[in-house]
Write a protein that binds this ligand. Structure first.
Ligand SMILES: [Zn+2]
Length: 438
């Protein structure tokens, strides 16, 4: 007889149940627990999966480009003539310079390719030639600009042709810019209070540069020691991010009567024992109390170049390097003698006299003399001069950098002793106050 399918299934199930014998009781006791466990694990598993999906979505949120306070940073200022490459990891809008007409509203991401001045005018990006000499790239996502395969930048990129060279300028939000400056300026082992002091000094410095800019400059700061070292996203570590966050909008001012005056917060690696007056190096800068120098610093003695080794330079080489920068010095003939004409109490040479072979002489600012020789060779203007006949030896060198304002190595020792960033800044910029601008 042909039984329906469900009857057969029921019979098979009953047969199996009988064969299980004593195991039946165990199954009956534990079945509810097993069922609950399966349900619970299922819930947790689904719960986890939902959370993963949420995290993924959060990660995929494209970082927005903030353009509240744009800083224009001239990139690769030290390597203008070298071949360059560009990569854009997100889609982008292309305009003919800031405020110019749109060339491409939604270009796709760009793989790494060469950028160069086109042979017959315009700018070449990969295979494509744009007849314009000024391009502005606005990526759809932040931190999408990669230059030369290694340096990643936030914000926008302007590519402008200047004769046979391209000038690259990164337009970036001020607070994002600072994240890329801190690790350019400080080693990562420096104290968090040092990072904060450096951040406030760097913010004030760039705002001062933006405020006091004259003419139709297309950028505010260089990305090198000429302004502040800026290394883009590559430099963003936890200490740098925290320092920018915790000091957002804070600047140094000089409370001049009722008016808070922004001043140029110069800083250098190691003052060598005492800071010097701003006008010893920058004669045209405003003479404000926070930059009057003569701050005794007993804290940078741990710096690598607190004392530097003697440097010997032939008189012929010295003459060449000075004439290269100051052609008029050629008129005195080869430099046969050097004399420190004015020395700060802290030891920085303010003015130096150059005696020429033909009996005439010239005077240079000590810092200008140092930069002619090379800022990394003559590490400061604190040295003694020895005449060896056909060469000079610069000995007893102390400190690294111009020695105005904040001493970075002194700051670090103070921070490790427990001083907070406000106290450190007020020490190196006497009379300064910290204000929150925004
Ligand atoms: Zn110092």
């Amino acid at each position: 007889m042909h039984r329906p399918f469900y009857d057969r299934s029921l019979l098979i199930a009953r047969a199996l149940w009988r064969r299980l014998g004593v195991a039946r009781r165990t199954i009956l006791v534990f079945a509810p627990f097993a069922l609950m466990t399966i349900l619970a694990v299922g819930c947790f598993t689904f719960g986890d999966r939902r959370d993963e999906r949420v995290v993924e979505q959060v990660d995929r949120q494209p970082p927005k480009i903030v353009t509240d306070r744009l800083v224009r940073v001239r990139l690769l200022s030290a390597a203008k003539s070298k071949p360059m490459t560009l990569q854009l990891t997100s889609g982008y809008e292309l305009r003919a310079g800031p405020g110019g007409p749109v060339i491409e509203a939604a270009a796709p991401p760009l793989s790494q390719c060469a950028i160069a001045p086109a042979p017959d005018g315009g700018i070449m990006i990969g295979e494509r030639i744009y007849p314009q000499n000024d391009l502005l790239i606005t990526p759809k996502r932040d931190a999408s600009i990669i230059i030369n395969g290694t340096s990643t930048y936030r914000g926008l990129l302007r590519i402008a042709r200047d004769d046979s060279k391209l000038a690259l300028t990164n337009h970036v939000d001020l607070e994002s810019y600072l994240k890329g400056v801190l690790r350019g300026e400080l080693p990562k082992h420096f104290h968090r209070e040092s990072f904060k002091a450096q951040c406030v000094a760097a913010r004030t410095y760039v705002l001062y540069q933006m405020k006091s800019a004259t003419g139709d400059r297309t950028f505010d700061v260089y990305d090198n020691e000429g302004s502040q070292m800026y290394i883009g996203v590559t430099g963003e570590g936890p200490k740098a991010l925290a320092a920018v966050d915790e000091t957002t909008g804070e600047v140094c001012v000089w409370p001049n009567g009722d008016v808070d005056t922004l001043f140029c917060t110069y800083y250098s690696s190691a003052c060598g024992g005492q800071t010097q007056h701003v006008n010893n190096v920058k004669p045209r800068d405003p003479d404000v109390p926070p930059l009057a120098g003569r701050v005794v610093c007993n804290d940078c003695y741990l710096a690598t170049y607190y004392e530097w080794d003697p440097v010997t330079i032939s008189k012929a080489d010295l003459t060449r390097s000075i004439v290269k920068r100051y052609p008029s010095v050629a008129s005195i003939g080869e430099i046969t003698g050097l004399r420190a004409k004015e020395i700060e109490p802290g030891g920085h040479i303010v003015r130096i006299q150059l005696d020429g072979k033909n009996g005439a002489n010239e005077t240079l600012m000590g810092e200008d003399f140092r930069l002619c020789v090379g800022g990394h060779k003559l590490k400061s203007t604190k040295f003694t001069i020895e005449d060896n006949g056909d060469s000079f030896t610069f000995s007893h060198g102390k400190g690294f950098g111009h020695g105005i304002g904040l001493c970075q190595n002194g700051m670090e020792v103070k921070a490790r002793r427990g001083q907070d960033y406000r106290k450190i800044l007020k020490t190196y910029y006497p009379g300064a106050e910290i204000r929150k601008l925004y």
